[in-house]
Ligand binder design. Sequence first.
Ligand SMILES: Cc1cc2nc3c(=O)[nH]c(=O)nc-3n(C[C@H](O)[C@H](O)[C@H](O)COP(=O)(O)OP(=O)(O)OC[C@H]3O[C@@H](n4cnc5c(N)ncnc54)[C@H](O)[C@@H]3O)c2cc1C
Length: 547
Amino acid sequence: MQKSAIQEKPHPIDVDMLIVGAGITGLYQLYCARQAGFRAIVVEAGDGIGGTWFWNRYPEARFDSESYTYAYLFSKELFEDWRWTEHFAGQPEIERYLNHVADRFELRQHVRFGAKVTSAVFDEETGTYTVKTSDGSTHITRYLVAATGVLSVPFFPAVPGRDDFIGESYHTGLWPFAPVDFKGKRVAVVGTGSSGIQVIPAIADEVASLTVYQRSPNWCTPLNNRPITIEEQEELRANYQAIKQKLDTSISGFLHEPNDRASTDDNKHERVAFFEKLWASPGFSKMTANYTDFFTNPDLRKEFSEFLAGKIRSIIKDPATADKLIPKDHTYAQKRPPYATGFYEAFNKPNVSLVSLDETPMLRVTQTGIETAAGLEEFDIIVWATGFDFARALHSMGIRGRNGVALEEAWKDGPSTFLGIQAAGFPNLFFPGGPHGAAANNPRYNGDQIDFIMELLRHMREHGYTVVEPTQDAEDEWSNMINSLATYTPFSPEHSYFFGSNIPGKPRKFLLNPAGRGMLFQVMAKSRESKFNTFAMSTVTAAAVSA
Ligand SMILES: Cc1cc2nc3c(=O)[nH]c(=O)nc-3n(C[C@H](O)[C@H](O)[C@H](O)COP(=O)(O)OP(=O)(O)OC[C@H]3O[C@@H](n4cnc5c(N)ncnc54)[C@H](O)[C@@H]3O)c2cc1C
């Protein structure tokens, strides 16, 4: 009866689903929603498809997930037709891939570019959101999906005078379209995290001088990238089903074979031999294929870190520089480790130098350069490789839920979610790929969340429901699980941006799901079996519609 009231007097929704963000998550959400018959559009602040891979076009920006494990798996034909050239593709190739997907599945015409969401207010009477964007548009949507990413708001440290600099200045996460000419320039790179370690070796040969400013060192290990051979291409094509099956179920979302040995199964000599194998292995396998007790045994991580310190000392000729690049305040995996090619080697070039900001604090940026406690150094270009404010985009969209409560206010002490997809008090809002999300290969986990959202929405459609939010109990249980297990992750609240530790004043709350994909699968299955009784569903009443 309630449902037919809606049909008699429709309220002015112009889409069933408005998705914010045209990254890998938003595109998949758009594809699924349209496949299921929902009128769905994407609004995107940027001028192109790709999200992370649209904004981060700095030299050597690339995957540290294997290309074919990051790519979409929903279409066998897409998987078979697209030929990745490298095991870890670079930004231009990834951006081409995502654009190819947008065209191949006719998604692009449903994306509005240059439209940043500035407010999204829930109307209890109609069960819809009124969404305003920076291009002056207003949309009324039944469902709002924020696919706004966790690494999409660049962070700049509060250094006085940053805007005074009259040379060229770039953040790696806001890189311009036109290639930056580094040739013969005096360049500063601030930051030695995941982006800094990629850009430093990429430009070291062509610049006149490169000064690297480091706040805190990271355990950088080799990416061990290489081209995909023709035989490997054929193997990938032939094994789509098996690869999909493995990636759909693996806890990490990678293809790496987990180790079946604990560190205690090997003696010291055998462990070193094994660490050598890991050093030569691709990307994240240093974590995912490490000993079975790697995440629970701090002594093992210490031993592995000592092995890595030895590697760093053996690569870098100047012992003082090597020492500055070796982390002393955390062991491997207490922070998200970066992977790169030739990072440590770059410091052997005569034109590359390192400034440790612990020893020599940065005082200010001037019109011509950077002034530290050691004096002023002049530059033509400053590159800010200073990372992101994790999951900030969702907070800053101006979302208001029931009773006009702002999401930003509700989460001032940290996020509270169910499954990292919804929050009580914010009906019909979903945020796959947001806080409490993947501690794994991103698209795999985000894809699981979207598949679940679609199941839920189909269930609602079949039963005539139009409004959904998690029960407070379900949300509390999930969020308490996150907060209590966070203490058992190797990640450190003092050092890891997964706790927001890189942002002054940000609450130190774990922002991922420490129990990982296994727990996500379990709780989703339970919810599904109970016909989604972890959610409160309702239908907009006739009175509300006509109001
Ligand atoms: C350099 C780099 C390398 C990475 N490499 C890997 C990797 O190898 N493996 C891995 O698993 N993860 C990696 N990541 C993490 C990466 O962010 C995710 O893999 C993935 O891109 C997330 O996709 P997404 O669609 O959820 O978000 P994003 O790709 O971040 O896209 C979000 C989009 O939302 C838009 N947006 C945000 N707010 C608004 C608003 N208010 N209005 C309109 N639009 C908005 C943004 O403009 C952006 O385009 C990397 C991140 C970076 C920065």
